[in-house]
Design a protein around this ligand. Sequence first.
Ligand SMILES: [Zn+2]
Length: 556
Amino acid sequence: KIEKEKRELAKQHGMVRSEVSGGEIAEEMEKERRTFQLTMCEYLIKVNEIKTKKGISLLQNHIKHCSSQFNFFQECLNTMAKLKQFTEKLIPELQSMKIRQDEEKKQLCSLRDQLKMALQLEQKEDPGNKQAGYNMHQLQGNKQYGTEKSGTLFKKSDGLRKVWQKRKCTISNGYMTISHSMLNRPPAKLNLLTCQVKPNMDDKKCFDLVSHNRTYRFLAEDEQDCVAWVSVLSNSKEEALNVAFSKAPGGGESSWEELTRAIIEEVRGMPGNRECCDCSAPDPTWLSTNLGILICIECSGIHREMGVHLSRIQSLSLDKLATSELLLARNISNSVFNDIMEANLPSFSLKPTVHSDMVFRKNFIISKYVDKKYAKRRLAAQCSGLPEAIKDKDIFSLLQAYAENVDLSEPVLAPLQEPGETILHLAVLLSDRTSLHIVDFLVQNSRSLAKQTAEGNTPLHYCCSHNKPECVKLLLKAKANIAITNKAGETALDVARRMRHPLCEELLLQAQSNQFNPNVHVEYEWWLGQDDMYESDEDLDEKVRPQQALAWGHAC
Ligand SMILES: [Zn+2]
């Protein structure tokens, strides 16, 4: 019974239990599922966060980085643009500064030469070897005392005894003259430009005058007189200094004229130039600018008849010459020219004299210049290459080749930059302040102004690509064609613009608008006043040609 009850109970329990446990399980399962879903959700959120961080944030950061870089480069660009503007402004400023400085240098050089000369003069007048100090500070004198004074001063003798000697002294025109005790001896003359005045601090009646080689100590009558002497010395020196500065070339038109006159003077003194190159008439005043020789008025008429392609005549005295017309005259001279052009003159009787009639003159001149009948002929072995002559700035070899009717417009075998270059192209490429006469000789006598290289470049194109404004002047003067274009379709002006060579550009613009003045000056090393450049005519005539050429080559 109990068992039955138990079983029943158990059965009841079991049933209950089974009923309860079924619901329980479902509940548990549900709970479990929710928990799982929650975890899953959290997991997905984490995954999402990671993805965001990995992708979007990364990209966002990258974009931020990019934009800051963009800003940076933008700023760089702006800065560079500003810098470019600035440098462009700087170019003309620098150019004008350079011109100013060159001018200043010229003035200083001229002043230096004057001072040197003054110094040498004084050395001759006042020999002495005592070294003295030279104070660079310029003393300012009291202007009311003026610049001239004459009177008596006591000068301390420079011997061992050191006594005061009474001397008559005069200050005038920048010089102080100190008379000598012995009347038959000339007074000492001091150039105040090279002297320094120093008042004596201990004795108010004394002052020192320091020259380049000794110190003079002077004693005045009284303090007032001493002040007067010191002031006049300072004023006179200042005046001399101002005069020296105002004499220095100012870079204007007048200094060009002065230079031209000086060159003409130099040319007149060159070997053989005291006589007509053709008839030996004295003091010829007509210049053949393309040959660099001087001739008389009679012969100049025949030269004109021959035409400007053979001889271009200008007057040394009547025409207003420019320095560009004197390049060949400064480098050739009658002697050198005739050494080549009259070397094979069979008899001197063929050469006209002052008294020869026009027919005789004309026959000779035509034979000499057109037929080149009397010109020196070299052996083939003696023929040096023309490109070498250009490199050596050897005008004589060029003249010799001209005399032998060598075609100077032929392309050279070894061009420097492009096939088809003539020696004029080479001369332009190699030109500098000392070789402009070589360029000028070829410009006037080689007939190669319009010759083009394989790239179509004329000598004028070469000037513009290599910034040779002085050569441009010579080419434009000879009426070089400015319209020729090279293979790239550029005129010389286009090249000058592209290469930014403003001086060349300016000259070509002038030529384009017919504003170019052929009476133009050139920057050139004129070597004026160099007496040792050539010897007297007699010495030169005795010498054989190669030595002479060598001597000239050195001097040039
Ligand atoms: Zn003559």
